[in-house]
Design a protein. Structure first.
Length: 256
C-alpha cells in the first residue's frame, strides 16, 4: 500500500484527503541460477579421487574438445559411474530436476511433456595462475540443457578483496584485481549507464568458494578470469540433457 499525502506550497501537510494506492513492482526475470552448498565430506571425497586421478598415467585429457585456456593445469575426463562420484552425480541430477520445476513455477511457463534428466558430460578442470576460460556457452544433445559447476579447491587470494561475503560486483578501479579468478555470467547488454537508465545489471561476477555449486541453463554465456599467485582453482563441471518423456513428472535418470 502506497500512501500519498497532499502538501501545501509551503511544504506543510494539506488537510485534503490522503490517497491510498495499491502499488507493487513486477519483476521480469532474465535467468535463474541455482546455488547449493556441498557438504565438506563430499568435497574431501571428490578431491581425494581427483588427486589420485591426476597421478594416473591412464587419465584422459579433454582439452581438445574444450575452449578453456588451461596451459598450466589439466582438463580431464571422468567416469560418472565410479563409486566415489556416484552420489555426487545423483545429487546433480536431483538438483537439475528441482531447477526445472522452479523455472516452471516462477515463470508460469509449462512444458507440453515432462522431462528425464540425463547426464551428458562431467569433467574436472585443474587451473593454475594465468589459466582462464573465454566467453562461451555449452551445447547439449537435447534442446533443454542444464549446466553445473562446483569448486572443490580455491586459492586464498581469490576473493580476498571483497567488501563482504555476499559482495559479487567488486571495485575494479585502479587495477584492484577484485575479480581475479571469478566466474562471470553475461546474459544481456552491459554498459556504464545501466544504473542511470534504471536497467538492472545483465552481468554477474561470482566469487569461487569451496563447496559452492551453481546450476544454470546451458545457453547462459560465461567466462572465468585468470588469477595470479600460488594454488589451484579446482572445478567440477557437468552438463545435463532434459529429454521429453510421457511420464507424469520430472525424473532423474539412472547412470548409463
Amino acid at each position: 500500500m502506497l500512501v500519498l499525502q497532499a502538501q501545501c506550497q509551503d511544504g506543510s501537510q494539506s488537510k485534503g484527503v490522503n490517497l491510498q494506492v495499491n502499488y507493487k513492482i513486477l519483476t521480469i526475470p532474465s535467468v535463474f541460477i541455482g546455488v547449493a552448498e556441498i557438504p565438506s565430506p563430499t568435497v574431501e571425497s571428490l578431491n581425494s579421487y581427483l588427486d589420485k586421478l591426476l597421478q594416473d598415467e591412464r587419465r584422459l585429457s579433454r582439452a581438445d574438445s574444450l575452449v578453456g585456456q588451461i596451459r598450466h593445469g589439466e582438463q580431464l575426463g571422468l567416469d560418472p559411474a565410479h563409486p566415489t562420484i556416484d552420489d555426487f552425480v545423483l545429487l546433480l541430477r536431483k538438483l537439475s530436476a528441482e531447477y526445472i520445476t522452479h523455472f516452471s513455477q516462477r515463470t508460469g511457463q509449462h512444458f507440453n511433456k515432462n522431462r528425464l534428466i540425463e547426464l551428458e558430460s562431467i569433467r574436472p578442470v585443474h587451473s593454475y595462475a594465468c589459466d582462464y576460460n573465454p566467453l562461451h556457452d555449452h551445447a547439449t544433445k537435447s534442446i533443454m540443457g542444464i549446466s553445473t559447476t562446483c569448486w572443490t579447491k580455491v586459492p586464498p587470494q581469490i576473493g580476498d578483496r571483497r567488501v563482504g561475503k555476499d559482495h559479487v560486483t567488486g571495485d575494479l578501479l585502479d587495477a584492484s584485481g577484485a575479480h581475479d579468478g571469478y566466474l562471470v555470467f553475461e546474459f544481456g547488454k552491459c554498459d556504464t549507464m545501466n544504473t542511470e537508465r534504471l536497467m538492472p545489471s545483465q552481468s554477474i561476477a561470482v566469487c569461487p568458494e569451496v563447496g559452492k555449486l551453481l546450476l544454470f541453463p546451458s545457453w547462459l554465456q560465461r567466462m572465468v578470469y585468470p588469477f595470479f599467485g600460488d594454488g589451484e582453482r579446482r572445478t567440477i563441471a557437468a552438463n545435463f540433457n532434459g529429454w521429453e518423456i510421457d511420464d507424469n513428472r520430472v525424473k532423474v535418470s539412472k547412470i548409463g
